[in-house]
Ligand binder design. Structure first.
Ligand SMILES: Nc1nc2c(ncn2[C@@H]2O[C@H](COP(=O)(O)OP(=O)(O)OP(=O)(O)O)[C@@H](O)[C@H]2O)c(=O)[nH]1
Length: 246
């Protein structure tokens, strides 16, 4: 039986509250977030910073260094110690600023083990870009690249961006795949290529930045902007970084 009192209070308080808002409006206005005030005053809202979400998948045989590459890129650290295989799929987000445009990369780290293959297949079609890794110290991971590319063509979007990475370039003593062989294979399949190292950090940032630049260019579609050439960008940047000296 409290409602009559409650409604009575509302009738009394409501006009008072309107009066209070009118009286305190100059102070309230300054306390509001900028965007909200503009909306309230029916001025055109400020455009938000452009932000482009893109998904990038890391694929390749088990043990080639996908998780380590992602951790190096995200946290700037190297996961040394015992090797723990990824189970299923995992992801991390990182935002890059590419010429004033925020490109949000959602990076999917997939399990390289054969038994998880059906799980990763389901994610291919949503990927905008794929970083395909082999391990320069493991010949079979290199020989399996063709099979990975066949799988990519089968499950991914036709226009997906693919880049080949020969990882563990720091392990010079154990190297069994020459850089030239990686370059040759990449040329054969028409994909950009670079060697990388999650341990030393070689080309890790560059690989993701190159992908982000390509994806940004594709989604902005600015006719005044010259077409971004991913292959040229990668070969220019890897040369200038001095990657290719053995
Ligand atoms: N020397 C060297 N070792 C690396 C590098 N990247 C990764 N490793 C080592 O390689 C092993 C496998 O690395 P992971 O990143 O777990 O491999 P993965 O490709 O994610 O493996 P899965 O999860 O099974 O698909 C670990 O012992 C790492 O320490 C690298 O750039 N250089």
């Amino acid at each position: 039986m409290l409602w009559p009192f409650w409604s009575l209070q509302c009738n009394i308080l409501a006009p008072d509250m309107i009066g209070a808002v009118v009286m305190w409006w100059p102070w309230l206005k300054d306390s509001f977030p900028h965007q909200a005030v503009r909306k309230f005053n029916s001025l055109p809202a400020l455009p938000p910073l452009p932000s482009l979400p893109s998904s990038v998948m890391l694929v390749g045989d088990s043990g080639v260094g996908k998780t380590c590459l992602l951790v190096r890129f995200k946290d700037g650290a190297f996961l040394a110690g015992s090797f723990i295989s990824t189970v299923g799929i995992d992801f991390r987000n990182k935002v890059l600023n590419i010429d004033g445009v925020k490109v949000k990369l959602q990076i999917w780290d997939t399990a390289g083990q054969e038994r998880f293959r059906s799980v990763t297949h389901a994610y291919y079609r949503d990927a905008h870009a794929l970083l395909l890794l082999y391990d320069v110290t493991n010949k079979s991971s290199f020989e399996n690249i063709q099979a990975w590319l066949t799988e990519i063509h089968e499950y991914a979007q036709k226009d997906v961006v693919v880049m080949l990475l020969g990882n563990k370039a720091d392990a010079t003593q154990q190297r069994v795949v020459k850089r030239e062989d990686g370059e040759k294979l990449a040329k054969e399949f028409g994909v950009p290529f670079m060697e990388s190292s999650a341990r030393s950090g070689l080309n890790v940032e560059l690989a993701f930045v190159a992908i982000a630049r390509e994806l940004k260019h594709r989604s902005m579609k600015n006719p005044d902007e010259p077409k971004f050439q991913l292959h040229e960008y990668v070969s220019r940047e890897t040369k200038s970084a001095g990657c290719c000296k053995s």
